[in-house]
Design a protein around this ligand. Structure first.
Ligand code: LMR
Length: 398
């Protein structure tokens, strides 16, 4: 008898699958606009200088590889929480907010999902349509009922009124997932006025916000990007925030992130954190140490922090330039207006508006890889290849 005979094959991950497909493409012209990683003009995903300096220091100074505890490295969680909530955060000063270290932002999302499932039974979660595909599967895997509110329509436009109307219909107590900035996959972000309107609905409907903050520093800057997170944390009694160090520290494979929770009282935070540690014990026991030690080292050292801040700024500025550069390259084809949204979207990603069929042609005929939904990783483009990309887009758009 075969125990595994009934195990069916499932399709590969829609994003990670592109890494293998790209690797095995022999075309020297190939361009990877799939998974969300930053690439330098040579097409490499570099290790940040600040990270290298911190790592060198750690190699010499680390004295142990023992476990770091359920909530992770205290130096990391203290500094990361300040990065997210602000250096002078009243919530942190009053012990009403705290961070639990997780394996990446994905780990933080799963920890939040399990927390909701076990500690807030019966609450559903509402995701933007579209959203990062792993939001869909991760919360379902955590046993939550997943529903959607509209965000981008078939004409590739942010539909804020429809979003707000849908949020008003969500049952009280349910969880609403919001993207703090650099919406993945669309790149369309809310204005401050729109955020305030969402806040009012969340308050009126007594919803619990879960804010995914995976791209701090990639929209307008490290502080500016935290605006909505800090607004919600200041105005509402309880907020869940998932933070990732994958992009802004370039620590993708080191799986470094945190779940930040705010509570109405310091005492309640202790209760909540006891649950988080217990849940995390069943998920990954204790989190991986290296990436967190690197981040702690950088954030604790003012001069190293400055090096890092400049590196984040350089990535952000270059991505914005690549957006404009692509529009310029599309101009000779009369396509700059049709793709003008690429210039106003923010962060790594752009919902280009290209169809699945066009994306397939880009891949089959030009070795240009992007997610079938038409999401392109702008941070994967390079200045020398924008004309190649524009010509290919023009061909498949004709
Ligand atoms: C992406 O959306 O490409 C990134 O967040 C990487 C991932 O894990 O999917």
């Amino acid at each position: 008898m075969s125990h595994f005979s009934g195990v069916a094959r499932v399709p590969g991950d829609p994003i990670l699958g592109l890494i293998d497909a790209y690797r095995s493409d022999p075309n020297p012209q190939k361009l990877d606009l799939g998974v969300g990683v930053y690439k330098d003009p040579q097409g490499n995903t570099p290790i940040l200088n600040s990270v290298k300096i911190a790592e060198r220091y750690l190699v010499d100074s680390e004295t142990s590889k023992s476990y770091i505890g359920g909530h992770g490295d205290p130096l990391f969680t203290q500094h990361l929480a300040r990065l997210v909530m602000g250096a002078d955060s009243a919530l942190l000063n009053e012990n009403r907010a705290g961070a639990t270290q997780t394996p990446g932002g994905t780990g933080a999302l799963r920890l939040a999902g399990d927390f909701i499932r076990y500690c807030l039974p019966g609450r559903g979660i509402w995701l933007s349509d579209p959203t990062w595909p792993i939001h869909e599967t991760l919360f379902a895997a955590a046993g939550l009922k997943v529903s959607h509110y509209p965000y981008v329509d078939a004409d590739n436009r942010l539909v804020f009124d429809a979003m707000l109307a849908a949020l008003r219909q969500i049952p009280a107590g349910d969880v609403v997932l919001l993207h703090a900035c650099c919406h993945n996959p669309s790149g369309f972000d809310l204005s401050q006025t729109q955020w305030r309107q969402v806040l009012e609905v969340v308050r009126e409907r007594e919803l619990l916000p879960l804010i995914d903050f995976a791209y701090q520093g990639f929209a307008e800057g490290l502080e500016a990007d935290a605006w909505a997170v800090r607004l919600f944390a200041a105005e509402l009694p309880e907020v869940l925030i998932t933070s990732s160090c994958s992009k802004n520290f370039g620590l993708y494979r080191e799986r470094t992130g945190a779940l930040v929770v705010t509570c109405a009282s310091a005492d309640k935070l202790v209760d909540v954190r006891s649950q988080l540690a217990a849940i995390a014990r069943n998920l990954w026991s204790t989190p991986p140490a290296h990436g967190a030690a690197v981040v702690a080292q950088i954030l604790a050292d003012e001069s190293l922090k400055l090096v890092w801040q400049e590196e984040v700024q350089a990535m952000r500025v270059r991505i914005a330039q690549l957006r404009q550069g692509l529009l310029t390259a599309l101009q000779p084809y009369g396509l700059a207006e049709r793709f003008a949204h690429i210039g106003s979207q923010r962060g790594m990603f752009s919902y280009t508006g290209l169809s699945a069929e066009q994306v397939k042609r880009l891949r089959d005929e030009h070795s240009i890889y992007m997610v079938s939904t038409g999401r392109a990783n702008v941070a994967g483009m390079d200045e020398q290849r924008l004309e190649y990309l524009a010509a290919a887009i023009a061909k498949v758009s004709a």
